[in-house]
Design a protein around this ligand. Structure first.
Ligand code: G3P
Ligand code: CA
Length: 370
């Protein structure tokens, strides 16, 4: 399951065949691409986040020992320019910031990472995610780790790299980083370059080439182009990248157009006519897993796949959809194995992000034996 490079090389080789071979070769690619299950990977989404609060080092350690290929880091930047591992670029969903710093919310009621120094953030208690409903905290996934029990702290990106590299040494493994810069557009609006800071830390810790065990992911396609065209050459590094895709409703990314910040149109990234261009910047795609299916034809227990993965493979890109949660299955899946089957086997995705890395690893093991 760890042989990610073999899968990448297969994709690149077959993409080359398509370019010289025309339609007949394309058909062959679709069949030939379906590489061994042993080359598919499980990515621990925010760690083993179904079992311990997301992005805690404890959650990363648990996932590490579950047999994943990559541990995910989402990054935001503090007021004093430190990178911290946290999913949102605000703190209120996963900490007690509202209690400890009641006067520091912005007009929208949120407590932004960028308004706090690292030392202040380190005083917070990090917990299982919740929403505030009628003034009360309600845990988002009720059966997960109990909110505000035990003690967890937010850590820096450098601390997480040292943790994983330390584990790689003591455990004799080579588990990779799967790093996402959160909302680069927002950091730019605030005068900060989160991607540059991220790449500088990666370089400092020895992640400099396409052979380095790291994937750089982002929802911000304009920023990815800047990363590839400007930042990586300036820093003298070249890392593998993945472009993340979501629906336009999410308003996940904004781009600067004629001096105005406007929501980014993710339809561009879903149109196969653009895949050759996208592949100049991205080694892989990270769509929501729904995007792999024809939802009009899908019924419960009968998931119909579309050609997104096939088209990505034709252009040498791997596909790592997000995020499988056994405790939040879509209506059309009877159980989590049915969903893993549809994503990893039927659609032939190369890997998947999951909150339940143990179940993903077990699924692939079962299929390797078939
Ligand atoms: O980065 C892949 C997946 O994590 C994207 O979703 O919102 O959990 O970062 P999100
Ligand atoms: Ca992420």
């Amino acid at each position: 399951m760890q042989n990610i490079n073999a899968r990448w090389m297969r994709a690149m080789f077959l993409a080359g065949s398509v370019m010289v071979g025309g339609m007949c070769a394309m058909t062959a690619v679709n069949t030939a691409y379906a590489g061994p299950v042993s080359e598919k990977i499980i990515v621990a989404h925010r760690g083993a986040s179904a079992y311990l609060p997301e992005h805690t080092l404890e959650s990363k350690a648990l996932a590490y020992n579950m047999g994943v290929a990559y541990l995910e880091q989402d990054l935001a930047m503090t007021r004093d320019n430190e990178l911290v591992v946290v999913h949102d670029h605000y703190l209120d969903r996963v900490t007690d910031v509202a209690e400890k710093f009641p006067d520091r919310a912005r007009a929208d009621g949120r407590y932004y990472v960028i308004d706090f120094d690292l030392a202040e953030i380190k005083t917070l208690n990090f917990t299982e995610g919740f929403n505030v409903v009628d003034g009360k905290r309600v845990q988002s996934y009720p059966n997960r780790f109990p909110m505000f029990t035990s003690t967890f702290k937010i850590h820096t990106f450098a601390e997480e790299i040292e943790f994983i590299q330390g584990l790689n040494r003591t455990m004799g493994k080579d588990i990779g980083l799967y790093v996402e810069t959160k909302a680069p557009w927002f950091h730019k609006q605030e005068g900060k370059d989160i991607s540059k800071a991220t790449l500088e830390v990666l370089k400092k810790y020895g992640y400099t080439s396409r052979e380095s065990n790291v994937l750089f992911q982002t929802f911000d396609y304009p920023d990815l182009k800047y990363v590839k065209d400007t930042l990586m050459p300036e820093l003298g590094i070249d890392l593998k990248t993945v472009i993340l895709i979501t629906g336009n409703d999410s308003k996940e990314t904004y781009e600067l157009k004629d001096g105005k910040w406007e929501p980014y149109d993710f339809n561009y990234l879903l149109n196969p006519e653009n895949f050759a261009e996208i592949a100049k910047y991205a080694d892989g795609m990270g769509p929501a897993y729904n995007m792999l299916f024809d939802l009009k034809k899908t019924t419960k227990g009968h998931i119909v796949v579309n050609d997104l993965v096939t088209n990505a493979h034709k252009h040498g890109m791997v596909v790592h959809p997000y995020t499988v949660r056994a405790d939040a299955l879509p209506d059309y899946a009877n159980n989590v194995d049915e969903l893993y089957q549809a994503i990893l086997i039927d659609a032939d995705a190369d890997g998947v992000f999951t909150d339940f890395p143990d179940l993903g690893v077990a699924f692939l093991k079962k299929h390797e034996q078939k």
